[in-house]
Design a binder for this molecule. Structure first.
Ligand code: UD1
Ligand code: CA
Length: 421
């Protein structure tokens, strides 16, 4: 029989080093809040009824963000450290047998395969816990791993509490662990807030296990990327860049051509069909879905919009909450927002703004127009400059501009009144 696994994600902290009023795990990287990345990874490893999230700072917003996933929520009213965050879960989780995986909500690059390997290694060993470690060129801010002669972990020392020779250690604690549940709950209350921050450190559990004669084994990752944590906005930007690289790479491998991929921004939930070409500096935000054989021009920004197959979006178009059907062409310099709908084969040209408007199949509005709150049927040609406010019958030409008046000699008279300097 397989060992039962529970996953606990700690996400209650404010994240003081972010210098933000918003809880850290709500900050976005790769177009999605940090906590959502971690929850999704957890759900690739275990079903929702075995995944729990500890929330505290801005609990309502964090709960709203992950509410749809059906994971368990546990409140930590006061944030008294990572150890304390686990302590508040005793009632809900202590009766669960098997293994308990702890993940930190500020570590969004972690892959499900790594969590599965962590679980497999713990399940195959007699150690009390397995901890993921890695070696960083600059380990500043992370807990350092102290090992015994046999290579087991004998303690984790936090940056603030570390002696100079410990600060020189480059092997760090990722904050990702797999515990034997029963031993975790047996020793958790031995943690003491006897440090400068007056916090209960989960990392002190390693030493507690050792005192009781249990071993803690390291699972060392040779590539540190996956366990990079976010404490500051500089780290947020680094993690964002890595997530974006990952996304465009996935798309390219799935058959999308991306020119200058390092300049293209695609959010985690956006999707793109095969043989679509994305030009440099384009952005696909939110839940944008792009069909096959499309072309997205340079500098175009698409947000929460749907594009059918064979759609062409010209450079520097800005498209939000809108829909463009098969074979339609939009831009360059078009602005679509709030439920604009360009039907099959229709064309929208430069400096055209559309809002809450349907432009019927094959219709055109090729330059300088505002189409707002309008129903435009099929095969219509909207010229520039007219203001059309009333319904237009089929087969008609509607003109809504004032007639041109020429005032003969007007400029000459004016020059006489005010002689040139
Ligand atoms: C922690 C580890 C450190 C490790 C690093 C890896 C401890 C004491 N230190 O440090 O060894 O190298 O992560 O990234 O564990 N949280 C709560 N409740 C609290 C406090 C924190 O839920 O009371 C959550 C936070 O929201 C965050 C996570 O726990 O998601 C980690 O907390 P953080 O303060 O970022 O720990 P670090 O100082 O980075
Ligand atoms: Ca952290």
């Amino acid at each position: 029989m397989q060992t039962p696994v529970t996953i606990l994600i700690l996400a209650a902290g404010l994240g003081t080093r972010m210098k933000s009023r918003r809880a850290k795990v709500l900050h976005q990287a790769g177009g999605r809040p940090l906590i959502e990345h971690v929850v999704q990874t957890a759900l690739e490893v275990a079903p929702a009824q075995d995944v729990f999230v500890v929330v505290g700072c801005q609990a309502e917003q964090v709960e709203a963000t992950i509410g749809g996933y059906g994971v368990g929520i546990i409140r930590q009213a006061e944030q008294r450290g990572t150890g304390h965050a686990v302590m508040v879960c005793r009632e809900r989780l202590a009766a669960r047998p098997g293994l308990l995986v702890v993940l930190y909500g500020d570590c969004p690059l972690l892959a499900a395969a790594t969590v599965r390997e962590l679980v497999a290694r713990q399940a195959a060993s007699t150690a009390a816990a397995t901890v993921i470690t890695t070696t960083l060129e600059d380990p500043t801010g992370y807990g350092r791993i102290l090992r015994d002669e046999a290579g087991y972990v004998c303690a984790i020392v936090e940056q603030k509490a570390a002696a100079p020779e410990e600060l020189a250690i480059h092997e760090i604690n990722s904050g990702i662990y797999c515990f034997r549940s029963e031993l975790l709950w047996a020793h958790l209350d031995e943690l003491q807030p006897d440090n400068a921050a007056r916090e209960y450190y989960l990392t002190d559990l390693v030493a507690a296990f050792r005192r009781a004669g249990h071993l803690v084994q390291p699972y060392h990752l040779s590539v540190p990327t996956e366990v990079l944590g976010v404490n500051t906005r500089v780290e947020l930007a680094q993690v964002d860049r890595l997530l974006r690289e990952r996304k465009v790479r996935e798309l390219m491998l799935a058959g999308v051509t991306i020119e200058k991929p390092e300049t293209v921004l695609v959010d985690a939930q956006a999707s793109v069909g095969t043989d679509t070409v994305i030009e440099a500096f384009a952005q696909l935000r939110g839940r944008t879905r792009v069909g096959e054989d499309c072309r997205i021009g340079t500098g175009a920004i698409l947000r929460d919009s749907q594009l059918g197959d064979g759609v062409e979006v010209g450079p520097y178009s800005v498209i939000q909450d809108s829909r463009i059907d098969r074979g339609a062409r939009v831009g360059p310099y078009a602005r679509l927002r709030l439920g604009a709908h360009v039907e099959e084969g229709a064309q929208v040209g430069n400096f055209v703004e559309m809002k809450k408007t349907r432009l019927g199949a094959g219709s055109k509005s090729l330059h300088l127009a505002y189409l707002g709150d309008a129903e435009i049927g099929a095969g219509v040609n909207v010229g520039a400059g007219s203001t059309i406010t009333d319904p237009v019958p089929p087969d008609a030409l509607a003109l809504g501009r004032a007639r041109q008046v020429n005032k003969e000699g007007w400029a000459r008279k004016r020059r006489k009144k005010a002689p040139e300097k």
